[in-house]
Design a protein around this ligand. Structure first.
Ligand code: DGL
Length: 272
């Protein structure tokens, strides 16, 4: 384990979706080194039990700790919902940030008109009511409207993020939210920021602010590293090392599409 400033930040997700967090961190903190783990052999997590997701999350945490990371970012809402405390306990002094916390804080910072917040996520995240608990821990008066939108994950994995099918799917899922006068809608799944333009467009009449927790966690990461005095002082662009548990070639194609740049060869590192 490491807390040295030029050690990498460890980021993980059930698969490709956490790259929305990687992209935001790269933009905010371009000189940080990053190690990413995507559990492509076992994705999706959003339809699995909490016990199973916890077990997977701890395996990946151990892997990242073995890479001497200086911080861990849980870039998966399902893991944040199922295993946040367990991952923190396993990391000890290594700081851990998660997307649920980051998205919740960003939503609560929006000026309240209706005191209502919407949350969309996987079945596991929505059924766990983690966002409700996180929001009510700060403000019991907020009304929270949640909805699972499971079809958006396979659409994103397929690269269908702005075609007729994705547009209709977004509209079908969000039609209830249109007249709810929400202050904010939290995109509570790593894949959903890919649909943000469509979602914003669909909700534009309602004045609802769409919260991308990838941006929020990147901002929180910068503040946390600065506070601990472990921002990387190196001036060159940081390295990006990527591990997956299966199918690295497919991951590479999708990852280059997500990040909009060429990547070095992706290593396969099964955890089973
Ligand atoms: N990464 C997951 C999340 O943010 C979505 C994909 C999955 O179901 O594994 O909840």
């Amino acid at each position: 384990m490491s807390s040295s400033a030029n050690a990498p930040i460890g980021i993980f997700d059930s698969g490709i979706g956490g790259l929305t967090v990687v992209k935001a961190v790269m933009e905010k903190l371009p000189n940080e080194n990053i190690v990413y783990y995507g559990d492509t052999a076992r994705v999706p997590y959003g339809i699995k039990s909490i016990t199973t997701v916890r077990e997977y999350a701890l395996q990946i945490t151990d892997f990242l700790l073995s890479q001497n990371v200086k911080a861990v970012l849980i870039a998966c809402n399902t893991v944040s919902a199922a295993a946040n405390e367990e991952v923190r306990a396993r990391c000890g002094d290594i700081p851990v940030l998660d997307v649920v916390d980051a998205g919740t804080q960003a939503a609560l910072e929006i000026e309240a008109k209706s005191s209502s917040i919407g949350v969309i996520g996987t079945l596991a995240t929505i059924n766990s009511q983690t966002y409700e608990r996180a929001i009510h821990a700060f403000d019991e008066g907020k009304r929270v409207f949640s909805k699972a939108c499971p079809m958006l994950v396979p659409l994103a994995e397929e690269g269908w993020i702005s075609n007729e099918i994705s547009r209709l799917t977004v509209h079908e899922y969000l039609q209830d939210f249109r007249d709810k006068d929400l202050d904010a809608l939290i995109l509570g799944c790593t894949h959903y920021p890919l649909f943000k333009p469509e979602i914003e467009d669909y909700l534009k009449e309602s004045g609802t602010k769409v919260i991308d927790s990838a941006l929020s966690i990147a901002t929180k990461t910068e503040a946390m590293l600065a506070e601990r005095g472990i921002l990387n002082p190196d001036e060159q662009t940081g390295s990006f090392t990527c591990y997956v548990s299966d199918k690295p070639q497919r991951f590479q194609i999708l990852a280059e599409r997500f990040l909009g740049k060429k990547l070095n060869r992706i290593e396969i590192s099964p955890l089973l």
